[in-house]
Write a protein that binds this ligand. Structure first.
Ligand code: NAD
Length: 253
């Protein structure tokens, strides 16, 4: 896909990896629609994108709310006149052990609320946004690209049952949609980032971050721009569909 003048939707585009994905597509000449929960963050992303000379608009959307997604995508199609790429990036973590034991006693377990909150945003949110985008792409008849942001954790990671289930799920959904949607000219893909320098990691203690980085063969965190570069690759490469690209500095958890 040639990105100049295309319409690219980025969920969770107010901060972190999502903001860099929006900026990188904007630098390739695409017009940008960013969805997120916080207006100030969204405005900053739009300002950054507009600096590249493209149109950038923002929409306050909670990706767990079906009606909000559907309304926003209708507005995007009306305001931009097209919908070519969606990057399902919005995500949260609520880590905890499945069962926590201390001194031989069970002292906790992953709560159903903790499980459900992550599944709602990271799995159901991706399902809803992709479904609504695919419906509009099919109606518009110009094909499109759906990209899900997975994680290195999709292979299994202690303390992240909820997150792992969602991140394995979004990669599997991209494989499934590649088979279902190719006939409409819609390609898919997912990206599994390793540890990436964003607010999620900035909140960690320096010694924990240091230990995590030391396990990465490339001995550093990913920059959000490196994950964004992969999203642009998937969008631009017309023979790519379905697969998940690991961008993790060589780390296996
Ligand atoms: P971040 O917290 O910096 O940004 C996430 C964005 O998603 C925020 O702007 C947040 O407001 C938005 N968001 C959260 N819930 C939402 C909802 N219900 N509706 C709409 N927007 C919502 O995180 P990040 O590090 O930039 O992560 C982006 C994606 O990359 C996530 O899916 C995350 O799981 C994934 N990821 C991150 C890393 C990492 O090391 N940072 C590694 C692997 C995968």
């Amino acid at each position: 896909m040639q990105l100049k003048g295309k319409t690219v939707v980025v969920t969770g585009g107010g901060r972190g990896i999502g903001r860099d994905i929006a900026k990188t597509f904007a630098a390739s000449g695409a017009n940008i629609a960013v969805l997120d929960l916080n207006a100030a963050d969204l405005e900053q992303t739009c300002k950054d994108c507009a600096a590249a000379g493209v149109t950038a608009r923002h929409y306050l959307v909670n990706v767990t709310k079906e009606a909000q997604i559907s309304t926003a995508l209708d507005r995007i199609v009306a305001e931009f006149g097209s919908l070519d790429v969606i990057v399902n990036n919005a995500g949260i973590v609520k880590d905890g052990l499945l069962v926590k034991v201390k001194d031989g006693e069970i002292v906790g377990k992953m709560g159903l609320d903790q499980w459900q909150a992550v599944i709602d945003v990271n799995l159901t949110g991706v399902f809803l946004c992709a479904r609504e985008a695919a419906e509009r792409m099919i109606r518009l008849g110009n094909g499109g690209v759906i990209i899900n942001i997975s994680s290195i954790s999709r292979y299994g990671n202690a303390g992240q049952t909820n997150y792992v289930a969602a991140k394995a799920g979004v990669a599997a959904m991209a494989e499934t949609w590649a088979k279902e949607l190719a006939r409409y000219g819609i390609r898919t893909g997912s990206i599994a980032p390793g540890y990436t320098r964003t607010d999620i990691l900035a909140a960690m203690r320096p010694e924990v971050l240091e230990k995590m980085t030391s396990m990465v063969p490339l001995r550093r965190l990913a920059e959000a721009s490196e994950i964004a570069h992969t999203a642009v690759f998937i969008a631009e490469n017309d023979f790519f569909t379905g697969r998940c690209i690991d961008v993790d500095g060589g780390l296996r958890l």
